[in-house]
Ligand binder design. Structure first.
Ligand code: KG4
Ligand code: ZN
Length: 348
C-alpha cells in the first residue's frame, strides 16, 4: 500500500511517499530556517505563505523521485491536522483535500505527536509496549506506547518544551538560529561542568515523570555567577555545554525513572531534540535492552513519519471526510492514573 504524506504543522514543508508504512520511496523536506532566522523564531504568517509556495513543487518532485503516477499508484493521502500552527496546518490540509478529490482516494488526518512517536518504527521493528520520549520544540512527553494510536502519558513539561528551552537560551545569548542546533554545535567545544545549573526538582508523586525548564532558564540567564564552578571561564561554549547537559539530563532522568518503575526495557526517543548529540550519547547509558533513536531526518518534522503512520490509519479504516478541520491544540491524551490536565479534551 502506497501512502503520500504531507507535513506542514510548523516551519518544515515536507512531502513523502512511503510503501507499507516502512519503505520510503521519496522524501523531501523544505526547511524555512532562512526565512525566520532574522526574527529569531517562527513567524506564523511567513510560515503559511512559504508552505503555499513550496507544497506543489515538493509534491511533484516527491512523485517523480518515487517514480509514481499519483492518480494510479497512491492508495491514500495522509496529512498532519493537529497540533500545530493553524495557518500552516491549513495549507497542508487544503492541498491534501484537493489531491484526495483529484485522484479520488481516501484522506487520513494524522496526529503529529503520534507520528513523531511512530518515526522510530520506520527504521526498526519495535515490539509493544515500549517507552517513548518525545522531545521537540513544542512537546516534551514521557509515555508508554501500546500501539500506533495508543499511548499513555506518564509525564510532560509544566512550562517550556525541551526544544523551546534550547531555542530561548540560544536567542537570549545570540548563539544562532535554530537554537537547538546552535547550542549543540557550541557545546561540542565547551566544558559541560563549567556551571552546576540546577535540574528541575518536581518530586511530588503527581509530578514523578514531569519536567520544568523555568528554573534552569533563570539560572542560565541571570544566576550564572551562583552556579559557576571554581575557576570556570565564562564563554559561550561553556554556557552552551553546561545548559545542554542539564537540559538533557533533566528529561533523561525522568525516562530512567519510568524504565525502573515500569520494568519496560524498550525505549524509543523521537522529535527534534532527539537529534542532539549529547542526548544520543547519553541514551547509550540507559539501562535498556533496546534503544531506538531515528536517523536525523526522521527526528525533526518530516512527512515520512506522516505517510508511515498513515499506513496504520488506513489499515484501521480511520479515514476522514473532506470537512475535517485543523486543530492547533494538543489533544488530551490518556494520562497515568486517569488524570488529565486542565483544558484537555478527552479522546475517549
Ligand atoms: O520536532 P521538531 O522539528 O518540531 C516540533 O515538532 O517542535 O523539533 C524542533 C526542535 C527545536 O526546538 C530545535 O531547537 C530542536 O528541535 N533541535 C535540537 C537539535 N536539533 C533540533 N535541540 C537540541 N539539539 C539539536 N541538535
Ligand atoms: Zn514536530
Amino acid at each position: 500500500m502506497t501512502v503520500l504524506g504531507i507535513e506542514s504543522s510548523c516551519d518544515e514543508c515536507s512531502v513523502a511517499v512511503v510503501r507499507d508504512g516502512r519503505q520510503i520511496l521519496s522524501h523531501l523536506i523544505h526547511s524555512q530556517i532562512e526565512d525566520h532566522a532574522r526574527y529569531g523564531g517562527v513567524v506564523p504568517e511567513i510560515a503559511s505563505r512559504k508552505h503555499v509556495e513550496w507544497i506543489l513543487p515538493l509534491f511533484r518532485r516527491a512523485c517523480e523521485d518515487a517514480a509514481i503516477d499519483p492518480a494510479r499508484d497512491l492508495d491514500a493521502v495522509a496529512v498532519t491536522t493537529e497540533p500545530g500552527l493553524s495557518g500552516s496546518l491549513l495549507v497542508g490540509l487544503g492541498f491534501a483535500k484537493g489531491l484526495a478529490i483529484a485522484i479520488d482516494r481516501p484522506l487520513v488526518a494524522v496526529d503529529h505527536i503520534l507520528a513523531h512517536l511512530y518515526a522510530p518504527r520506520i527504521e526498526s521493528e519495535i515490539a509493544l509496549p515500549y517507552l517513548g520520549l518525545l522531545v521537540s520544540g513544542g512537546h516534551t512527553i514521557v509515555c508508554r506506547v501500546d500501539g500506533w494510536d495508543s499511548m499513555t502519558v506518564l509525564g510532560t513539561t509544566t512550562d517550556d518544551a525541551c526544544g523551546e528551552a534550547f531555542d530561548k537560551i540560544a536567542k537570549y545569548f545570540g548563539f544562532g538560529y535554530p537554537g537547538g542546533l546552535a547550542v549543540d554545535r557550541l557545546a561540542a567545544n565547551g566544558d559541560p561542568y563549567a556551571y552546576d545549573f540546577p535540574e528541575s526538582r518536581l518530586e511530588s508523586p503527581a509530578h514523578r515523570y514531569d519536567v520544568s525548564y523555568s528554573g534552569l532558564k533563570t539560572a542560565v540567564v541571570a544566576q550564572r555567577e551562583r552556579f559557576r564552578r571554581a575557576g570556570a571561564v565564562e564563554s559561550a561554549e561553556n554556557i552552551a555545554a553546561s545548559f545542554q547537559r542539564v537540559a538533557i539530563d533533566t528529561v533523561m532522568r525522568r525516562l530512567e525513572r519510568a524504565i525502573a518503575d515500569t520494568g519496560i526495557r524498550r525505549v524509543a526517543i523521537a522529535g527534534g531534540v532527539a537529534a542532539n548529540s549529547y542526548l544520543r550519547k547519553r541514551g547509550g547509558a540507559l539501562a535498556v535492552k533496546e534503544l531506538h533513536i531515528p536517523s536525523m531526518e526522521l527526528c525533526t518534522d518530516n512527512a515520512a513519519m506522516i505517510a508511515g503512520i498513515g499506513f496504520e490509519y488506513v489499515r484501521a479504516g480511520r479515514f476522514v471526510e473532506l470537512d475535517v478541520p485543523v486543530n492547533a491544540r494538543v489533544r488530551g491524551y490518556r494520562r497515568i492514573g486517569g488524570r488529565r490536565r486542565e483544558g484537555d479534551t478527552p479522546t475517549e
